[in-house]
Design a protein around this ligand. Structure first.
Ligand code: HOZ
Length: 448
């Protein structure tokens, strides 16, 4: 693969920056705002922090998104992670069609569920027993309930800037949309419950050890995103994750890896395979449903047998194990399981992008930080190394907002927040990366 970046100013594709026509999107957004908070069903997608109206998407195929005004974009959100094979992958679409023809929900056991859990436990060996749910939030809140019951303790440790969905216990120094909108501690969370969530600093084991000293025999679980995606991408340093496991087990505490973003994305066996770590429980979402609403939690058999009806911990759901979601997820996971070259390809594409952007920054004399693990990345608008929440917050979010707009004009659709990860899919080509690197150069140049 050739190196990108050397001749970028001469690339013809950005000689003229087209004006983005968004008339239809704007009309829809004005209507939407009358009926939905912020006009959306999930805050970050309102584009508020990048100071413009969101685009309404009409279709997606492979690495491309098309909006209702006919604009085409190279997509680096990928529905916030699940579209690892690209949008509307033929195997996934045909599996959904086949399942739908037989009915969309039964609220009863189906063969697909058995196939799904066998695949998950095979690809991620720390997961011996698994329960399917409908979202990542459901997965993390249920995993914490099980951990509390198993240890007979109530407190949990999370990390500043990590986001584990919108359950009350996690909206304390939460990343993602909570940080994007300046509400890392949400009103509406009961104080008594918030007091049970202890907050440590990512990549800082001493902050974890201190919490354990101050709360001896009270901590049920440590929950962590092994590679953080929700303050932008933040990478675990050295033996940080192993140290967490050691501290947890020394204190009779469980380690929950939140692999909602990283599971089946950073490696066939997720971040736990990449970093060689065996957690007690793992939570999933996103990829496991190939874009349909799915989550799951699972882990050690002795812990998971606490879940009803094997055990006393109650958790249920009419749509859990839904046939369409199972069929889609199975189709995608089967490809991830079999296509050995896929993760190498994603790494190669990610590296190409990283090198191109590094070259741009060098040429423009900028010292912004680019964090990447495999197919997840973030360009932080700060000169500080981003290794925790504090350093992530040094980013110039106004500059990021302007950069986002410049990239959008040039046909590149990035997450509309400094505090979100961007995702590469197997459908992204070398040419897409060339265009992205060229757009990055031009956008950064305009902002200088
Ligand atoms: N904050 C979510 C991702 N970390 C955004 C989800 C969405 O808006 O769809």
């Amino acid at each position: 693969m050739r190196k990108i970046g050397k001749n970028i100013p001469n690339l013809p594709i950005h000689a003229k920056v087209p004006t983005l026509i968004t008339r239809r999107s704007s009309k829809l957004f004005n209507e939407a705002k009358k009926y939905m908070p912020g006009g959306v069903n999930s805050p970050v997608r309102a584009f508020k922090s990048v100071k413009r109206a969101p685009l309404f998407i009409s279709k997606a195929k492979g690495q491309y998104l098309y909006d209702v005004d006919g604009n085409k974009f190279i997509d680096y959100i990928g529905s916030w992670g699940p579209m690892i094979l690209g949008h509307a992958h033929p195997a996934v679409i045909s599996a959904i069609k086949k399942a739908a023809a037989n009915g969309t929900s039964f609220g009863a056991p189906i063969p697909y569920e058995v196939e799904m859990v066998k695949l998950v436990t095979k690809m991620m060996p720390s997961v011996e027993v698994v329960r399917m749910v409908n979202s990542g939030t459901e997965a993390t809140m249920s995993a914490v309930r099980v951990a509390r019951a198993f240890t007979n303790r109530e407190k949990i440790v999370k990390f500043a800037g990590c986001y584990h969905g919108h359950f009350d216990s996690f909206l304390i120094k939460a990343g993602s949309g909570a940080t994007t909108f300046g509400t890392p501690d949400s009103p509406g969370v009961p104080k008594d419950l918030a007091a049970k969530t202890l907050v440590a600093e990512f990549n800082d084991t001493t902050s974890v050890e201190k919490l354990f000293r101050d709360n001896a025999n009270e901590i049920a679980a440590i929950i962590v995103e092994p590679v953080v995606g929700n303050m932008g991408v933040v990478i675990p340093e050295g033996d940080f994750l192993h140290k967490l496991l050691e501290v947890a087990h020394t204190n009779g505490t469980l380690l929950i890896l939140d692999e909602v973003m990283t599971g089946f994305r950073l490696a066939r066996g997720g971040a736990q395979e990449l970093y060689g770590i065996k957690p007690d429980l793992t939570t999933f979402g996103k990829i496991i449903g190939a874009g349909l609403p799915v989550g799951a939690y699972g882990g050690r058999e002795d812990i998971m047998r606490m879940v009803s009806p094997d055990g006393p911990v109650y958790q249920a759901g009419t749509l859990s194990g839904n046939p369409l979601a199972m069929a889609a997820g199975i189709a995608q996971l089967k490809i991830l399981d079999k296509r050995k070259s896929l993760y190498k390809q994603l790494e190669k594409t990610g590296k190409l992008l990283e090198e191109g952007i590094a070259e741009n920054l060098r040429k423009l004399g900028l010292d912004y930080k680019f964090n990447r693990v495999g197919s997840m990345f973030t360009l932080f608008f700060t000169n500080e190394n981003v290794r925790d929440f504090k350093s992530a917050l040094t980013s110039d979010t106004a500059k990021f907002a302007a950069y986002f707009g410049e990239m959008l004009k040039r046909g590149i659709y990035l997450p509309p927040s400094q505090f979100e990860a961007a995702f590469i899919s197997a459908a992204h080509t070398e040419r897409d990366i060339e265009k992205t690197v060229a757009a990055n150069y031009e956008s950064l140049k305009v902002l200088k």
